[in-house]
Design a binder for this molecule. Structure first.
Ligand code: GLN
Length: 196
């Protein structure tokens, strides 16, 4: 049996969006999920997921609660994983429209960039993760339009990165928590476990 104390504690920013599905995915991949709503809770976790949702709403909440600065500090010192709106928050620049971001992922992100017809879709595509093609659920997804040299691209959609890693920062423009395939969360849990 696994020793509970050996499992990494991974926070899920639980302000808005689909944080519950992430918590479940973390339980299934060898981590203890912790819902995070206040800056002082960051002290008790080894890594953090910034879920999908509406980045503007999440950002407003962070600014209103004086949470933005402590979250920024946390991202500079711990593994973090942003999905969809979370990717928008982690980026170094956000376009269409521009909005404030944490700047910890060397990427430029364009919001709602896939157009109306196909703005929400499920694709199966190749990935660098072992185990073959991966199902990807896109919901009003942003597009990563630029990445820095230190950013490793793990999957593409129409030539744009959709899953990336920069050291202990991971980002997906899709929603891995909505698929039953747990390889993406597994990778993040491994990153957190080796950093802790
Ligand atoms: N369109 C949303 C935004 O710009 C992101 C959508 C999502 O997280 N599924 O914040």
């Amino acid at each position: 049996m696994l020793n509970e104390r050996a499992l990494p504690r991974i926070g899920v920013l639980a302000i808005q969006g689909d944080y519950a599905a992430h918590a479940e995915a973390l339980s299934e991949t060898g981590a203890i999920p912790v819902e995070i709503r206040k800056p002082d809770q960051l002290a008790g976790i080894d890594g953090l997921i910034l879920p999908g949702g509406e980045s503007t709403t999440i950002l407003r909440f962070l600014e209103k609660r004086r949470f933005f600065e402590s979250l920024h500090e946390f991202c500079l010192t711990h593994p973090v994983f942003g999905t969809c709106a979370g990717t928008i928050l982690l980026a170094r620049e956000v376009r269409s429209p521009a909005q404030r971001c944490l700047g910890v992922l060397d990427a430029v992100v364009e919001r709602n960039a896939y157009g109306r017809q196909i703005d929400s879709t499920i694709l199966t595509a190749q990935t660098e993760l072992p185990g073959g093609p991966l199902e990807m659920v896109f919901i009003r997804a942003p597009r990563i339009v630029e990445t820095g040299a230190g950013v490793q691209v793990l999957a593409l959609r129409d030539g744009s990165p959709v899953l990336v890693r920069q050291g202990s920062v991971m980002a997906a423009t899709f929603h891995p928590e909505l698929s039953s395939d747990r390889r993406v969360h597994k990778l993040f849990v491994e990153i957190v476990a080796s950093a802790a």
